[in-house]
Design a protein around this ligand. Sequence first.
Ligand code: GLU
Length: 440
Amino acid sequence: MTTTRFAPSPTGYIHVGNLRTALFNFLIARQSGGQFILRIDDTDPERSKEEYVDAIKQDLEWLGLHWDRVERQSLRLDRYEAAAEDLRAKDRFYECFETPTELDLKRKKQLNMGKPPVYDRAARALDAAAKDKLRAERGQGHWRFLLDQTRIEWADGILGDISIDAASVSDPVLIRADGQFLYTLASVVDDVEMGITHVVRGSDHVTNTATQIQIMQALGHSAPAFAHHSLLTGPQGESLSKRLGTLALRDLRAQGVEPWALLNLLARLGSSDPVEMIDDMDALAAAFTLSHFGAAPTKFDVADLFPLTGHYLQRLPVAAVADDLAALGVPADQAEGFWLAVRDNIQTRQDLALWWGICTKGATPDIADEDAEFIAQAMTLLPEGPFDASSWKSWTDAVKEATGRKGKGLFMPLRKVLTGQAHGPDMGSFMPYLQAVKRS
Ligand code: GLU
């Protein structure tokens, strides 16, 4: 059975980049009727916040990405301790005492000499007495995993065959001097103990994967299947890392973006499959193919979410927007007609307020100078309200008759005087809801 996980650190709100990871893992599990675990990576007690755990859950629920169970790393510290003991017993774990400044200096020297900045394993040479002395001076050391300096290889579900020379990678620190277990170890222990079969994550984790495969093997387990998706960039290929904060899912929701717009865009963006509008999770999962994604950075434009949102909304029956319409004060008996009149001219639910506002408060008329006289004449012919389904036709017929105008020259100024907009709903269907007209 397929078991996947989405493993956010609760140190902030999740954004479109995180959603991509969550969605891929969710869809893979869903495709095969497997399990999708929400794993909260909260081994860092200072940066992890409960409010972000709640927010992550709310955001996933809003999107319909339901998890089978939640795991929390902070509740599994004894498991990480057991794994650390195992690695110690196998002589794959060693204590180091370098300060960050010393490590930095080593790195700079290596770079100056044209060497890769790989930790030199100096601490391996310390005997028990030397370690005791350092411990007395500096306190507890940090712990590194001893990599086996061979090539680490795997068939990546997106990147293809990967081969990394372990000698080019520093032995990873798995426990900090203050005793905190780091993600690299915690994630390995969880992935093997929770029976994770597939891990999809960003390509910034490729080196982690190499070291994690060796740690898994050292602990006596085989590695799951790995796939690394490309990172998202802005529309011009610019890095999104600084802007991701503004692309939090809750901000997009506040702007009126619909879950299905996000799900459909991110399920296809960066793949060879075109973006569609599939509003059924099983169908979205069935049509998802991980191997169709490419390794190149993926351009993401937040603006693309709005036409997709519109496309999704326009297909909805009135029942799906009844609450929104009621909140605006649209009378129940007018809801369906109003919805059918305006739905092709909205991108978000919030746009409903624009059109209902025009109906109830009237629009500021948009009159071009050359149309002023024509409009003055037309307004004398506008029937008294309330308008009905025939009002637009009878008015435009009368204006045509009186002025001789026809086509766009007739209809456009009349649309603009009633709605203040150059584009909008079919006026015949819209006019029955127009209660207020600013006549001058
Ligand atoms: N907490 C890690 C992150 O957010 C999880 C990475 C992983 O999927 O293993 O980057």
